[in-house]
Design a protein around this ligand. Sequence first.
Ligand code: NAG
Length: 282
Amino acid sequence: MATLSRFQKIALISLGAVGGSLAYYQIGKNEKKFDVQNAWTTNYKPSVKWDRNWDHSEPQSIVKPPKTSSPEEQNTYNEKLEKAKSKAVRHVLLVRHGQYNTSGETDLDKTLTELGKKQADLTGKRLAQLNLNWDHIIKSTMTRAQETGDIILKHLPETVDVKHCQLIEEGAPVPPEPPVGHWRPEPRQFFQDSARIEAAFRRYFFRAPPDQTSDSYTLLVCHANVIRFFVCKALQFPPEAWLRMSLNHGSITWISILPNGNVVLRLLGDTGHMDPQYISSR
Ligand SMILES: *[C@@H]1O[C@H](CO)[C@@H](O)[C@H](O)[C@H]1NC(C)=O
């Protein structure tokens, strides 16, 4: 069998773990393709295929193919492909701000409640316990996210790089399907916010660049609509499905982007680190 990358090996091992299921492996002519199918899925046609080049970083889409089939050109091409490959995992963790005073008139008045501060504190403790090697912490510029981020930062190493970002402020990503009666922003709101939140997605979601040698952990402290939309986009689910999910205050959502561009949702709106009396979503 041809040489397998670390992740292909993991894929094989996990297939084995499924236990007893008949599987066959196809290794493409030049190892570009690696398709694994269980026998029972052979005749199953997916309704939507995974877009492998969603972040426009597939080596085959970056490196120009050789003009001739000469072994020299093929070798050069293969070397360039290898150099263009991602080698590390990018973990993106998303925390929703804590509960806040919804009676506030302006954003500055919409400060965290006592419960909201407690939630941020518990989540900060939890993130510290996970003991991850943070590269950046990015806080939405809205007051409730800034406050939540500041409380979380008290628990993390002082050396962590902190950034502020307006792109991840709360908003209306796309009209939800099904529509809901109590939340109907003006079409103009969607028109403005959808482009901004899409830009935020492109800023923070991509596979590790080839020169990144170790796994990285990025923390975004932001908002429920933004996080839910990101989850749909990252998993290539219909984006209009975002409002079918609910996220608790201070909850942790964890998405991992693998070197081959595959995306894994590890946690969605997790508040398992909070005693039930501290859990709220509105
Ligand atoms: C919430 O905001 C309103 C309006 O600004 C204010 O009157 C009220 O005191 C605030 N409540 C708390 C608990 O801060």
